[in-house]
Design a protein around this ligand. Structure first.
Ligand code: GRF
Length: 210
């Protein structure tokens, strides 16, 4: 794959990084896509080890190393710009991005969330769905705006909550779907098939594939 034609992705992750791994396994070095950097707010995130194993540049932006969130996100934004990223994929990144950073990469940041947004935004979406005794929850991939899980929705897939409300089983099903749906959505974006409707910023259009 030539450098010039590569669609360049950075992934930001705080935790185990199974979604990062799915992106690496399904997209990196294929379909004209390259993961060029993995960033974290935690030095010990397992996601960083996954990136290093794949030979991908890593960087950490820990809260305590900066005066405030704006200063930290300015450094993060400089790093992303230096990598010349086309897209930033949040994958379990447990920090709210500053409005300045969101503005710098407007409509170029995506996230995966373990619920059918706008239901159950924020932390522990799976627990929220169980507490609400929802029969159906799911997975959403969306663009990131300044709110918490409020940006324009790109794709969603429903998941039936097990009759016995078993959390482990529901989590396993949701994560398996995330690992399919997130790379699929990123691949559509890389192919230029995903656009925002100018007259309605909440509306995402997906052009048909081949
Ligand atoms: C996923 O459930 C994702 O939806 C949420 O955070 C979790 C990250 O898991 N935003 P992992 O680190 O990718 O395993």
């Amino acid at each position: 794959m030539s450098e010039a034609s590569t669609f360049r992705i950075a992934v930001l992750a705080s935790g185990t990084g199974t979604n990062l791994q799915a992106i690496l396994d399904r997209l990196h070095g294929r379909h004209g896509i390259g993961v060029v950097g993995v960033g974290s707010n935690k030095n010990d995130a397992q996601a960083l080890a996954r990136a290093e194993a794949a030979g991908i540049e890593t960087a950490t932006f820990e809260r305590d190393d900066y005066a405030d969130r704006v200063a930290r996100d300015a450094a993060l934004g400089d790093w992303l710009e230096a990598l010349r990223v086309d897209l930033v994929a949040l994958a379990g990144y447990m920090e709210l991005l500053s409005p300045e950073l969101v503005g710098r990469f407007a409509n170029r940041i995506v996230n995966v969330h373990p619920a059918l947004l706008p239901s159950f935004p924020g932390l522990d979406a799976i627990g929220q769905a169980l507490d609400a005794e929802a029969e159906v929850t799911g997975v959403t991939v969306h663009f990131v705006d300044e709110g918490v899980d409020t940006g324009p929705i790109i794709v969603q897939r429903p998941v039936q909550v097990p009759a016995d409300h078993d959390r482990d089983a529901l989590e396993a099903t949701i994560h398996a779907i995330e690992h399919e749906l997130y790379p699929e959505a990123i691949r559509m974006i890389a192919a230029g098939r995903v656009s925002l409707e100018a007259g309605d910023p909440a509306l995402v259009r997906i052009a048909p594939g081949d």
